[in-house]
Design a protein around this ligand. Structure first.
Ligand SMILES: [Zn+2]
Length: 530
């Protein structure tokens, strides 16, 4: 038996907004006792030095498999990349490191809404990176990309190629593809030609992502896969054998053309498990492809609906039959309404957690939340305050004026629906370090954007409230076990902070750093001294 007692901490237990302790004990990886340091007489106890401790954090909507499958892509996120010229420069210097003569030059994360004039890069721009090698860079929302002329040729996309269903090859005036690939089916038509990393490289990349997550205090994630690595469950389990300590809930994507196999007996159990299936109902507000009732300002465009009702229902049937969740990407108000219409009358198929998760949920009224609560179905929501922080420019153009302060209404969501989580959606958020939990907490508390614009401050919540959305409330959104609170019987997983996030000034929350992360009684991360 290994027992370690920790004393003299300011320990947020995750039980409630006001539940703090000062000591706890971990026995064989699990929390055994939580209480007050005055009751501890163990002379070997670890002194936390008065530091603030949080339960191990949960990122309820992120994409480690997508990162692992494209680990060779260079980061092109703001604030480093703020123009087409910046983008070309970053890709050019990255190209110099790609040694294979015909190797793809890949990047991710550019946000054209932050470029002067909002100019979207095209193949002509990326031809400045290379005219003999394929170049592709994903937009920050990961739903769109731009590629160069060679990449279009490799993929066989020309003026006569029809658009894929629910997606577009953007074209110039005479119909020639201009390199802009709008929505996933168009991106995939080119990305399918990128050589996949070897299985070994994928496994190593996942282990490295686990280390990065630990540096954020994150001990459990839901992977809402939107790009497939080989056999995700086996690959993540292989990574666990190689040292990944993160708990992972996988949500493979629903593809109407290639239905998923039913799950095997142990696929839903253990620290790495299949937790659901994900269907993408619409696009994203930041590029005006979310499916909306009222047309986007200055247009008659209602965004994109990516799959029809039958597909959403078929994904739901698969989830019901396999005893896992259905996760529906729905951003636009019309997509959100459709999710409820399709499922509100159905019998929930899971106990304790929502059978249907709604991902993103940008525009949510009180009436909508009341409808979710009144439904026979049990719903939950994963949302992101980091979206408006990072992508304000896109939202400002896509939302009607009165909608701006009311987007991602986190106070209303907090009060209105219990299974609720804040999350990063990394790398589909236009900011480097989007998985920094403290950045997201500050955005929820201050409701300000990266360029210091107020974004509906009346919708703000407090630090303890925001942290519950990374701990116990998040734990009630998915079947991740053992995480979310520091309580007897749960994992001895926690993060130690360098400053007290509960008492720093609001505008210093995002500067708070994780100094140590422990997973099941073992220290897995320690911040290097500055
Ligand atoms: Zn996502």
């Amino acid at each position: 038996m290994t027992a370690t007692t920790f004393v003299n901490g300011r320990v947020f237990t995750g039980e409630s907004e006001t539940a703090f302790a000062s000591a706890f004990r971990i026995v064989d990886g699990l929390v055994d006792w939580v209480g007050e340091a005055a009751d501890v007489h163990d002379t070997d106890a670890v002194d936390l030095g008065g530091r603030t401790v949080l339960p191990g954090l949960i990122d309820s909507h992120t994409h480690p498999a997508l990162l692992a499958g494209t680990a060779v892509a260079v980061e092109c996120f703001p604030p480093a990349v703020r123009s087409v010229d910046d983008l070309v420069a970053v890709l050019r210097s990255h190209a110099a490191t790609v040694t294979a003569a015909d190797g793809w030059v890949l990047g991710r994360g550019f946000d054209d809404t932050k470029f002067p004039g909002g100019a979207m890069p095209t193949a002509a721009d990326l031809d400045r990176v290379s005219t003999d090698r394929p170049v592709l860079v994903w937009r920050c929302d990961a739903h769109s990309a731009v590629c160069n002329t060679v990449a279009l040729e490799v993929a066989g996309i020309s003026a006569t190629t029809p658009d894929p269903e629910g997606a577009r090859f953007e074209r110039d005036a005479d119909g020639c593809p201009n390199g802009i690939l709008t929505e996933i089916a168009a991106v995939d038509a080119v990305a399918a030609f990128i050589p996949a990393p070897s299985r070994d490289e994928q496994v190593d990349a996942i282990v490295a992502i686990g280390d990065e997550l630990a540096s954020r205090g994150i001990v459990a994630v839901c992977d809402l896969l939107s790009s497939r690595i080989d056999r995700p469950l086996d690959t993540f389990r292989a990574a666990a054998e190689r040292g990944l300590r993160t708990r992972v809930a996988l949500y493979p994507g629903w593809d109407p053309a290639a239905p998923l196999d039913d799950l095997g007996p142990d696929d839903r159990d253990g620290p790495i498990r299949v937790a659901g299936v994900k269907v993408v109902l619409d696009g994203a507000y930041s590029n005006r492809t979310a499916w909306v009732h009222e047309a986007y300002p200055g247009s008659c465009d209602h965004g994109l609906r990516l799959v029809d009702d039958d597909d959403v229902l078929a994904a739901g049937e698969w989830a019901r039959r396999n005893g896992v969740q259905l996760a529906v990407h729905a951003m636009g108000d019309r997509a959100l309404d459709r999710v409820v219409e399709l499922f509100e009358g159905q019998e929930p198929w899971l106990d304790g957690i929502p059978s249907v998760r709604i991902e993103h949920a940008t525009i949510v009224s009180d009436a909508y939340l009341a409808r979710l609560r009144a439904a026979r179905m049990r719903f939950g929501i994963a949302t992101h305050t980091v979206f408006f922080f990072a992508e304000y420019d896109g939202y400002e153009k896509a939302l009607r004026v009165e909608q701006v302060p009311d987007a991602y209404p986190i106070a209303r969501l907090y009060a209105g629906l219990d299974p609720l989580a804040l999350s990063s959606d990394r790398p589909a958020t236009a900011w480097s370090g989007a998985d920094d939990v403290m950045l997201s907490v500050e955005a929820a508390v201050r409701r300000r954007t990266y360029n210091d614009v107020e974004f509906g401050p009346e919708a703000s919540i407090t630090v303890p409230q925001a942290l519950l959305l990374y701990t116990s409330r998040a734990a009630r959104l998915s079947p991740l076990e053992g995480v979310g609170r520091l309580a007897p019987g749960l994992d001895g997983s926690f993060a130690v902070l360098d400053r007290d996030v509960f008492s720093v000034p609001d505008d210093e929350i995002s500067a708070v750093r994780v100094v140590e992360t422990w997973i099941r009684g073992e220290r897995v991360y320690r911040r290097a001294q500055a």
